[in-house]
Design a protein around this ligand. Structure first.
Ligand code: APR
Length: 311
C-alpha cells in the first residue's frame, strides 16, 4: 500500500507545525505548499523537517513547493493560506484579504486534488470553509473547518486547571461559529462523566466560558500573531480520524442542511469523522438559553457569508 499524500497549503506558522506533526505520526508524505515568494520558506522548512525525521527516526517525505502540480492527487488537503490576526483585529477583519486567497486555493484544489478530504483552518473560519465548498463543488462530507477541536481543547484546559484534574479526563463541547459568539455548552462538559456544573461555581464557570471565547485573542495579544501549536494539533486529530477511519466524535465546522434548524451554513457542531469524511452531524438537545446563543452565532456567521458574497 502506498503512502497517503497530505498537501498543506500555507507553509507559515501553522503549516510548519502541521508538517512536523504529520511526519511524526507517519500519516503520509507531505507537500508543504506556499506562494512563489515564499518558496524558499516552504523548501527550507521541508528540508529541516526531513532532517528532523532522520534524527527522530520516522519515515515521511516532506517536499516544499510553490507548484500546484506537486499537490496533485492529495488524499488530504489542509488549508492555512491567508494572513493571521494582529493584536486588536477580530477574525472577521481578515475577511476581504483571506477571501481572495481562499478562492485561489479552492480553484486549484478543485482541479488538482479532486478527491481530497479538505480541512480549512484559515480565518474567518466559517466563511472560508463555506467558500471552499462553494468553489470546489465537493460534497459537504469532504469539506470541513477546524475550530471546535481547538476551542474545546482550550475550554478543557481551563476547566481542568480550575478543578485540579487531568486534561485527559475533561470533555467539553463548543458549538457555533469560530468567533466571539462561539457557544461553550456547559451542560455537556464533564470531568470523567461528572458534569462540571456540579464541580465549579456558576461565576467561575462563566469566567472560564469567557476566557474560552477569547482564547485565540489572548494569545494574539501576547505574541503579536495567532496561535499555531494547538490549531495544528487540532487539524491533525481530524486528518487522522479520516485517514484511519476512526469515527471520532468531535466538534467541527460542518455544512448544515437543516440540522439544528439551519440551512446552507457552515458552523461548529458535533460530527463523526471517518473514512467518508464528515459521516454524520450529531444532533444534541440544547437548553433554550443555549439555543438562543447558537441562533446568535448562526446570525453572525450568516452575516459573514452574505458579506463574502458581495466581495
Ligand atoms: N496560497 C498558498 N499559501 C498562501 C497563499 C496562497 N494563495 N496566500 C498566502 N499564503 C501563505 C502565506 O505566504 C503564509 O506563509 O499562507 C501562510 C500563512 O502563514 P502565517 O502567516 O504564518 O499564518 P498562520 O499563523 O499559519 O495562520 C494561517 O490560519 O488560524 C488561521 O487566522 C489564521 O488565517 C490564518 C491562518
Amino acid at each position: 500500500m502506498s503512502r497517503k499524500k497530505i498537501a498543506l497549503i500555507g507553509a507559515g506558522n501553522i503549516g510548519g507545525e502541521l508538517a512536523a506533526l504529520v511526519a511524526r505520526k507517519e500519516l503520509g508524505d507531505v507537500v508543504l505548499f506556499d506562494i512563489p515568494d515564499k518558496e524558499g520558506l516552504a523548501k527550507g522548512k521541508a528540508l529541516d523537517l526531513e532532517q528532523n525525521g532522520a534524527v527522530l527516526s520516522h519515515d515521511a517525505g516532506i517536499k516544499g513547493s510553490s507548484s500546484w502540480d506537486d499537490c496533485a492527487g492529495a488524499d488530504v488537503v489542509i488549508v492555512t493560506a491567508g494572513v493571521p490576526r494582529k493584536p486588536g483585529m477580530s477574525r472577521d477583519d481578515l475577511l476581504s484579504i483571506n477571501l481572495k486567497i481562499i478562492r485561489n486555493v479552492a480553484e486549484n484544489v478543485k482541479t488538482k486534488c479532486p478527491n481530497a478530504f479538505v480541512i480549512v483552518i484559515s480565518n474567518p473560519l466559517d466563511a472560508m470553509v463555506y467558500e471552499m465548498k462553494k468553489i470546489t463543488g465537493f460534497p459537504a462530507q469532504r469539506v470541513v473547518g477546524m475550530a471546535g477541536v481547538l476551542d474545546a481543547g482550550r475550554f478543557q484546559l481551563f476547566l481542568a486547571r480550575e478543578v485540579g484534574a487531568s486534561v485527559k479526563d475533561v470533555r467539553a463541547m463548543v458549538l457555533g461559529g469560530h468567533g466571539d459568539t462561539m457557544v461553550p455548552v456547559t451542560s455537556y462538559c464533564t470531568i470523567y462523566g461528572v458534569p462540571v456544573t456540579q464541580l465549579i461555581a456558576p461565576d467561575k464557570l462563566q469566567a472560564i466560558v469567557e476566557r474560552t471565547r477569547n482564547g485565540g485573542g489572548e494569545i494574539v495579544k501576547l505574541m503579536g500573531t495567532s496561535a499555531y501549536y494547538a490549531p495544528a494539533s487540532a487539524a491533525v486529530v481530524m486528518a487522522e480520524a479520516f485517514l484511519k477511519d476512526q469515527k471520532r466524535v468531535v466538534p467541527a465546522a460542518a455544512y448544515l442542511d437543516g440540522e439544528y434548524g439551519y440551512k446552507d451554513l457552515y458552523m461548529g457542531v458535533p460530527v463523526v469523522l471517518g473514512a467518508k469524511g464528515v459521516e454524520r452531524v450529531v444532533t444534541i438537545n440544547l437548553t433554550a438559553e443555549e439555543k438562543a446563543m447558537l441562533d446568535k452565532s448562526a446570525s453572525a456567521v450568516r452575516e459573514l457569508i452574505e458579506a463574502s458574497k458581495k466581495l
